[in-house]
Design a protein around this ligand. Structure first.
Ligand code: 4NP
Length: 164
């Protein structure tokens, strides 16, 4: 079977949180040799950083954990919902924006908060925006993303199994 599933991580600028989630997730699926079955991307709800590489502070934090970030800023489009099996918003504010652009009610089962998969969320479902803060904020985002991505992968493996 040649089935694939596709996930998109979405934050505001697409230069900090969602590129990190993309990079960590890419490394995970490569390790499991699933890169032909699970397709991964990221996007922003804003157009502010379209075409830009990830923020240098996010790149530095990722590099310190041996993760390479290769994305370029892209703005999420309503039409992307059709193609995606899973769209994960990095916080409530971006979830609200995505909910408003969602073209059809039946696509609702594709859209979730990223941290709803975080085994250690303690009821806090936002990945805090690190852009205006210090280095610790970027490391904090890394820790959340690292522990959450394997749970997202489990979910996608189930979706993949249901497709084949
Ligand atoms: P991100 O962080 O949504 O995690 O990419 C931000 C990046 C840029 C801005 C805000 C948040 N900005 O205001 O330009």
């Amino acid at each position: 079977m040649n089935s694939t599933v596709e996930v998109c991580f979405v934050c505001l600028g697409n230069i900090c949180r969602s590129p990190l989630a993309q990079g960590v997730f890419e490394a995970l699926i490569k390790k499991e040799n699933l890169q032909n079955q699970i397709l991964v991307s990221s996007a922003g709800t804003s157009h502010w950083h379209v075409g830009n590489p990830p923020d240098s502070r996010m790149q530095q934090t990722a590099r310190s954990h041996n993760v390479l970030l290769t994305s370029r800023g892209r703005q999420f489009q309503a039409s992307d919902f059709k193609q995606m099996d899973l769209v994960l918003a990095m916080d409530h504010s971006n979830l609200n924006i995505l909910q408003q652009m969602r073209p059809e009610a039946e696509l609702q089962d594709k859209l979730f908060l990223f941290r709803s998969f975080d085994p250690d969320n303690n009821g806090d479902l936002d990945v805090p925006d690190p852009y205006y803060g210090g280095d610790q904020g970027f490391e904090n985002v890394y820790q959340m993303v690292e522990r959450t991505c394997p749970k997202v992968l489990d979910h996608l493996k189930t979706q993949l199994a249901n497709k084949t």
